[in-house]
Ligand binder design. Sequence first.
Ligand code: NAP
Length: 231
Amino acid sequence: MNITILGTGSVGQALAGKLSSLSHAITMGTRDVNASLAKKDNDGMGNPGVGKWIEQHSQVSLSEFSQSVKEETEIVIIALSGTVVMDVLKLVGEANLKDKLIIDISNPLDFSNGFPPTLFVCNDESLGELIQQQYPNSKVVKTLNTMSNAVMINPNVLEGDHSVFMSGDNADAKLQVETLLESFGWKSKNIIDLGNITTSRGTEMMLPLWVRLFGKLNTPYFNIHINQSKM
Ligand SMILES: NC(=O)c1ccc[n+]([C@@H]2O[C@H](COP(=O)([O-])OP(=O)(O)OC[C@H]3O[C@@H](n4cnc5c(N)ncnc54)[C@H](OP(=O)(O)O)[C@@H]3O)[C@@H](O)[C@H]2O)c1
């Protein structure tokens, strides 16, 4: 499939690498292609600068946000800092997003007051819903935002069963996302369709717990397993 990933950070890189290894055609969206290509140093978490990463993944193309989603694009994945999602989607343009499946992995984390971050939307609203409201002719599915990127693209990195959630209004779009998740190695029984896009309030509000677990366990290699009784 023809997939555009908005975002060049660790999530964008992980997904672009995985999806291109599965033979999808991948474009990554960024603010400034030349500035991104010049980023060669690792970040604080040891992830390579996107310029270095692209050198190692020449099958992935890099494009400015406004040019990154084309008519032939079938899926748009949001892997952006939550605070800039609405601004970047505006650059991409409503016409380019019309009728497209938008997979939203971003979280509404606000680091402006340091650590731990707070949520800039929560309780009776969510980033997933804001995107769907702003782009009613697109099909938004929120998923994968509750785990680290290493687990997203390779669930078998953890032993045993663990869960991934999906929220979205469009049943066909969620089926498409389920197929994509299964191609990453997710077992169907571990993919939990929570319901419509308002259910992304719940998964976004898991982030304060994720952040604290990360601090406690000192590793991104963990996830939550919903152990459901048959009774
Ligand atoms: N890290 C994880 O394992 C993980 C796990 C689950 C969910 N998430 C969520 O996934 C999203 C992406 O996370 P990440 O760590 O990969 O990347 P990130 O650092 O949160 O975001 C990187 C992207 O944001 C863009 N960006 C930053 N400031 C901008 C601005 N002022 N205007 C326009 N674009 C701007 C950057 O553009 P340039 O390309 O131009 O630099 C880059 O493409 C976040 O919402 C995060 O909460 C992350």
